[in-house]
Write a protein that binds this ligand. Structure first.
Ligand code: E4P
Length: 214
């Protein structure tokens, strides 16, 4: 499974890149709004730190506006994936942009039919938002299961980015389903390696090491 960081914060991206497990980054307008930087500069800096795919979101609403916006974003760096919300205008734009070789991440996916249409339009990634479904008492992971099965059935070359991740269990369940990618907030990725029994074990071993004759 590939690990993307769901943030626009350069400090967090540099930190996780240093762990050696960072495969990509996803941003969105809400994440970018938290940073004190011009959007284009921010995305360029993120692309310089992370060689994997970096998602930058289009905010235009009509296909004829999304297309030039996406082309401009794709020019910022060779590892940009343009993020486009899944609706009819987004699908029309995705079909054209993917035909030009631009990587599209279709975002705000909340149903298997949206994912199927995105894959048919040539999207390289689909981003089902798991946590936001869980928030309204629906089963976010069931959506990942259905999309995984559909993509396997038809051998779509479209990767599933499990998004809106809220806690480590989401990552375990996504991995059990064989999802390609999880995009994870720093607050969650930071928890993945921690276990109180590991900390207690290290403490005890170090204490006992002090008693070993050297
Ligand atoms: C994914 O690409 C989105 O940036 C993100 O996962 C949205 O998550 P949220 O529901 O925590 O805002």
């Amino acid at each position: 499974m590939k690990f993307f960081l769901d943030t626009a914060n350069l400090k967090e991206i540099r930190e996780v890149a240093g762990w050696g497990i960072l495969d990509g980054v996803t941003t969105n307008p809400s994440l970018a709004a938290k940073e004190n930087a011009k959007f284009e500069d921010l995305i360029r800096d993120i692309c310089a730190v992370c060689p994997g795919p970096v998602s930058a979101e289009c905010v235009s609403e009509k296909a004829e506006d999304i297309i030039p916006e996406a082309r401009a974003l794709a020019k910022i760096a060779s590892n940009i994936a343009v993020k486009i919300p899944v609706n009819l205008e987004g699908l029309k734009a995705t079909k054209i942009l993917s035909g030009e070789g631009i990587a599209v991440n279709m975002t705000l996916i909340f149903s298997p039919t949206q994912a199927l249409l995105a894959a048919k339009a040539g999207a390289k990634f689909v981003s089902p938002f798991i946590g936001r479904l869980d928030d309204i008492s629906q089963d976010g992971m069931e959506l990942v299961r259905e999309i995984t099965q559909i993509f396997e059935n038809y051998r779509f070359d479209c990767e599933i980015i499990v998004a809106s991740v809220r806690h480590p269990r989401h990552i375990v369940d996504a991995a059990l389903l064989g999802a390609d990618i999880c995009t994870i907030p720093f607050s969650v990725i930071d928890k993945l390696v921690r276990h109180p029994l590991t900390d207690a074990g290290i403490e005890k071993f170090l204490k006992d090491w002090g008693k070993v004759k050297k």
